[in-house]
Ligand binder design. Structure first.
Ligand code: DSN
Length: 475
């Protein structure tokens, strides 16, 4: 059975009660007490059994509570998602999909996976959702394995232009098994040039086009990409990992009915680690695989298991179910618009302080800054390390046409998802921009990547960062 059309839309609590009676026939009340005690004790059990790991987890918690997280690829999941991830459901082994499992004892996890599927479909307005991919990269691997033969051609945005490793980089499996052609952003505006994408597609005739990026701060025209794919007879894959939350909330146009396949990681929009494959109107389109005709959805299921993955991570499926419900809430949806407002305020504040913000601003959660234009010798690497010492956590990023390598870079990529979740607004974005500016103007730059940060400057910025962290703790 496929889960696409057959997910349990809103598994009622009455049905859950019946399911519990079926799996625990005679001791329902005791089972409930046992469940709560077992899980309440998990941190204590870890402290008792492995103090070393316990203290490392504690240190990570403290790091997060005392620094400002501005990495555009990061987000912060809720305690509810954490609880699902750390529950006994992680112990269940099975293979296959709901209705076609290869192990006994799946009556509970089947409902968990079905719930995650139906909520994912609702959150993204999709006809099909597959919550089994272990990551966004795995989701892409499944789609590429399903739709391409060895040596078939992909057209994608290059990694050094803002694309992603799994979109065809030579160092990834995609570059190894497929022929890859890239399209580029415009050299002056750093914007996608759709006419150039079309010309490249007409020239190279790819089997599959990938759109979506990990370092692009402007709206992506998925409709235009589908027109181009249609013109050359290619499949279209939209990887929306970075903007999935915005798409779900309507804060960025959705690719669901334009792309044949939409993929996303689930942690970037604020859920558990993992990936999802979604499909809109093309989900039941027929394709010939060998001698059989199957739908695209059926083909993706079979390629997920047994094609690419083994047993699904059912604790992640539970975490995804919790997260997709959160995505449907008014709080989550309105937050996505505030994330963009905060990114725009951060971009404007940095531009006002003399920074070169790529494309002149942002339409999403991300701000790309060319720090090399600020001062002679300043690189993304120095900026990242100097800011880290002051509690401002960012990541260096190669910019399109960057002359520096990936370990040095000319750019920084900043994101506003976490600071927004923790309650910061426009005024705080202005303060954060000023703190970044203090560090980047104050850092002493030596030769060959060396730098020195004055102790007083570090302590002053650190104190202001801690003040903000206390006002806006992790929630
Ligand atoms: N895809 C990488 C990034 O955008 O930084 C990791 O999430």
């Amino acid at each position: 059975m496929l889960t696409d059309k057959h997910g349990t839309d809103g598994l009622s609590r009455g049905k859950v009660a019946a399911l519990r009676r079926a799996v625990v026939p005679s001791c329902e009340a005791e089972a409930l007490v046992g469940f709560e005690q077992y899980h309440k004790g998990i941190l204590e059990a870890l402290r008792e059994k492995d103090l070393h790991v316990y203290e490392l987890l504690q240190a990570e918690y403290e790091r997060l509570q005392s620094s400002i997280q501005l990495i555009a690829a990061e987000n912060q999941c809720s305690p509810g998602v954490l609880a699902a991830l750390g529950s006994v459901i992680q112990n269940k082994t099975t293979e296959g999909f709901v209705g076609g499992r290869y192990h006994a004892g799946c009556e509970v996890v089947d409902d968990v996976e079905s719930l995650a599927v139906s909520r994912a479909k609702e959150a993204f307005g999709a006809e099909y959702a597959n919550v089994q991919p272990h990551s966004g990269t795995a989701a892409n691997q499944i789609v590429l394995t399903a739709m391409l033969g060895r040596g078939d051609k992909i057209l994608s945005l290059g990694l050094d232009q803002g694309g992603h490793l799994s979109h065809g980089a030579s160092v990834s499996f995609t570059g190894k098994f497929f022929e890859v052609e890239n399209y580029y952003v415009d050299r002056q505006s750093f914007l996608l040039d759709y006419e150039a994408v079309r010309a490249k597609a007409l020239a190279c005739r790819p089997t599959l086009i990938i759109c979506g990026a990990s370092a692009y701060s402007r709206t992506i025209d998925f409709c235009r990409f589908r027109e181009i794919a249609g013109e050359v007879g290619a499949y279209l894959l939209a990887d929306i990992s970075h903007i999935a939350g915005l798409v779900s909330a309507g804060a960025h146009p959705s690719p669901i009915d334009f792309a044949h396949f939409t993929t996303t990681s689930t942690y970037k929009p604020g859920g558990p680690r993992g990936g999802v494959i979604l499909m809109g109107r093309d989900f039941d389109r027929k394709v010939r695989i060998g001698s059989r005709e199957v739908t695209l959805a059926e083909h993706i299921q079979k390629t997920t298991f047994p094609g690419v993955q083994g047993t699904p991570y059912l604790n992640n499926a539970a975490g995804k179910a919790v997260f997709f419900k959160e995505m449907l809430s008014e709080e989550y949806r309105s937050r996505q618009f505030r994330i963009i407002e905060n990114a725009q305020r951060l971009a404007d504040s940095l531009a006002g302080l003399g920074y070169e913000v790529l494309t002149g601003g942002t339409d999403n959660h991300m701000v790309l800054v060319d720090v090399s234009r600020l001062r002679q010798g300043l690189t993304g690497a120095i900026a990242q390390k100097g800011l880290e010492q002051c509690g401002l956590i960012v990541n260096m990023n190669r910019l399109p046409y960057d002359t520096r390598g990936a370990a040095v870079t000319s750019g920084l990529r900043l994101g506003t998802a976490i600071v927004t979740k923790n309650g910061m607004g426009g005024e705080e974005m202005k303060m954060v921009a000023a703190l970044i500016d203090s560090v980047l103007r104050g850092v002493e730059i030596g030769g060959e990547g060396r730098y020195r940060l004055d102790d007083d400057l570090r302590e002053r910025v650190r104190a202001e960062v801690l003040g903000l962290c206390r006002r806006f703790p992790m929630c």
